[in-house]
Ligand binder design. Structure first.
Ligand SMILES: Nc1ncnc2c1ncn2[C@@H]1O[C@H](COP(=O)(O)OP(=O)(O)OP(=O)(O)O)[C@@H](O)[C@H]1O
Length: 236
């Protein structure tokens, strides 16, 4: 039996009067390596990650993280338990160095900070080379790697990566995706993406979110071949 790490059970989420998620159910188990959440702009992918991270309240349904109800947990407690969300905007501390940004990511796991930072530098040698450089002076691709590295500093069991490829040149997209593949050997990754083809090639399973509802879920290979994904995202 596979243990669920994350389950959203029929969740509704609204911004004021505007409901943007409707009865959304998603389950990630310890057998998943990469799960992709794909769909057009405005479908609600970021909102779903925010709900899972405790950053948006639920208007209905429930979320369980690592077997426990997440309703009463604060965002920092959710990080501490092992669900870490790297936001699309990256939210780096641009005036701080690479190393200081990584230290900020370790706030729930101080005891392991030095060892984890060594692992992050092994995965991203460019960050090691630039450890004393201010984050704001890094290229877009390097900033994305730093945002991921900062997420890894919290030693997640599930790493949620929001729209990794936004604003990156194609060669950086490939490079970042290679890193995600390496990370997924140890950590389950939940990925939202507008590059639907690349995301589903990397993933084992996927969900398609449209207008705030899950409209398809399947093995990634099957989704790639499905008419729904072919017609909406991969034609032309
Ligand atoms: N802070 C907010 N206040 C009001 N509405 C919001 C807010 N954030 C998002 N929305 C709306 O919620 C809907 C879902 O947005 P969300 O960002 O979750 O979608 P998305 O699938 O992640 O899209 P994108 O890839 O463009 O970020 C959109 O209609 C958006 O305009």
């Amino acid at each position: 039996m596979s243990d669920p790490l994350v389950s959203a059970n029929g969740i509704d989420v609204a911004y004021g009067d505007l409901q943007v998620l409707w009865d959304v159910s998603v389950e990630i188990t310890d057998e998943d390596r990469v799960v992709a959440l794909v769909g057009p702009n405005g479908a609600g992918k970021t909102t779903l990650l925010k709900a899972l991270s405790g950053l948006r309240p639920l208007a209905g349904g429930s979320i369980e993280l690592f077997g426990a109800d997440a309703a009463a947990l604060r965002p920092d407690q959710i990080v501490e338990r092992g669900f870490v969300h790297v936001p699309e905007a990256r939210n780096l501390f641009t005036e701080m160095t690479v190393e200081e940004n990584l230290e900020m990511g370790a706030y729930t796991k101080r005891a392991e900070q030095a060892a984890t930072m060594a692992e992050v530098f092994e995965l991203f040698p460019v960050l090691d080379e630039r450890r004393t450089q201010r984050a704001g002076t890094l290229s877009g691709g390097e900033q994305q790697m730093l945002a991921i590295g900062r997420g890894l500093m919290a030693k997640p069991d599930v790493l949620a990566l929001d729209e990794l490829s936004v604003g990156l040149a194609p060669q950086f997209v490939d490079r970042v995706f290679e890193k995600v593949a390496a990370i997924s050997e140890d950590i389950t990754v939940l990925l939202t993406e507008q590059h639907v083809h690349e995301a589903l090639e990397l993933a084992d399973r996927g969900y398609v979110l449209e207008n705030g509802r899950i409209v398809a879920e399947d093995d990634a290979d099957a989704l790639l071949e499905s008419d729904r994904v072919q017609d909406a995202y991969l034609s032309g």
